[in-house]
Write a protein of this length. Structure first.
Length: 309
């Protein structure tokens, strides 16, 4: 048995765990109802957000991106002689996590490691996935044990793809561009909000130092969805772009450091909303790619599994 195989003997499967998204127009409102269940979000607000999805045919890119990432992880495993099946389950849409756990149990899986499509600590980015795992296991008799792999916002497999993507974005802009790192905002009252913000800052600082030493940079937020009376992490990217224009900034490279793939919050909130505002303000705008299926990112589960030996 090779040393690589020994690392993985305590697990007999990898679970790719993600958020989920609609795959057709009829899925959009039911999906948003799943996401907001228990939060008393008005129907009108759901329909407003739904329009973002309808701009893309009612399809979120996230499920396709998860399929692609699953294939990339499987290819990485195969290239390193790791015989470990990869399953995929979602929080808010098919394939639902409980259904995936049920399939894992039927296939004889006894203990799995979970790799989630969120790199950070915090409630919605880490703790809620732990709750999802516990709830899904409770629905499946004799469910396999599932250990969530550690957060990976500081790992090279996450950082280095962003470094290269940031360099590429800057190369498409005139000299003097400012770096703007962005992540999903969360309510100030959310548990572990401070740790989430600290990790985001550290990741952004590392990418900025590696990609463009000395270039001014900012960390901002996007995609807030709560009522105006509820304080969230700020500033929002749209407000920040207006501020930068007032300061004479003429070009920005936007780096979605809070995301691992180009799903709807990236494709709409940045590529449409923020990009359109930048154009109106006369600011040249380039958006850096997310890690997606970069081989370095696809290798992260293997490296994280190695740390659990």
């Amino acid at each position: 048995m090779t040393s690589r195989a020994r690392v993985l003997t305590q697990y007999d499967a990898l679970l790719l765990l993600s958020f989920g998204g609609p795959e057709g127009p009829d899925d959009v409102i039911p999906f948003l109802e799943n996401v907001t269940r228990g939060r008393n979000i008005p129907r009108a607000r759901l329909e407003e957000v739904g329009e973002h999805y309808f701009l893309f045919g009612g399809v979120s890119p996230i499920n396709r991106l998860c399929r692609d990432l699953k294939s990339a992880i499987e290819a990485d495993f195969a290239a390193h002689d790791i015989d470990l099946p990869v399953y995929w389950g979602n929080r808010n849409w098919t394939p639902y996590l409980a259904d995936t756990v049920r399939q894992m149990q039927a296939d004889g899986v006894r203990r799995a490691a979970a790799f989630v499509t969120s790199a950070y600590s915090g409630f919605s980015t880490n703790d809620q996935y732990l709750n999802d795992i516990a709830r899904a296991r409770a629905e499946v008799p004799d469910a396999p044990e599932i250990d969530k792999l550690p957060v990976y916002c500081d790992r090279p497999g996450f950082i280095e793809p962003f470094v290269d993507a940031t360099k590429d974005a800057l190369s498409r802009l005139p000299e003097g561009a400012r770096l703007v790192f962005t992540a999903h905002s969360v309510p100030l009252a959310q548990p572990n909000r401070d740790l989430y913000a600290e990790e985001l800052y550290a990741a952004a600082r590392t990418v900025a130092q590696k990609a463009a030493p000395g270039t001014p940079w900012d960390l901002v937020y996007q995609s807030r969805s709560g009522p105006p009376t509820q304080p969230w992490l700020e500033p929002q990217i749209t407000e920040h772009l207006e501020k930068l224009r007032g300061e004479g900034v003429r070009a920005v490279a936007v780096v979605p450091i809070g995301f691992v793939s180009d799903h709807m919050e990236v494709k709409y909130d940045l590529d449409v909303e923020a990009a359109d505002l930048a154009a109106d303000l006369g600011i040249a705008f380039a958006r850096a790619a997310t890690p997606g299926t970069d081989p370095r990112f696809a290798a992260l589960p293997r490296h994280l599994l190695g740390e659990t030996e």
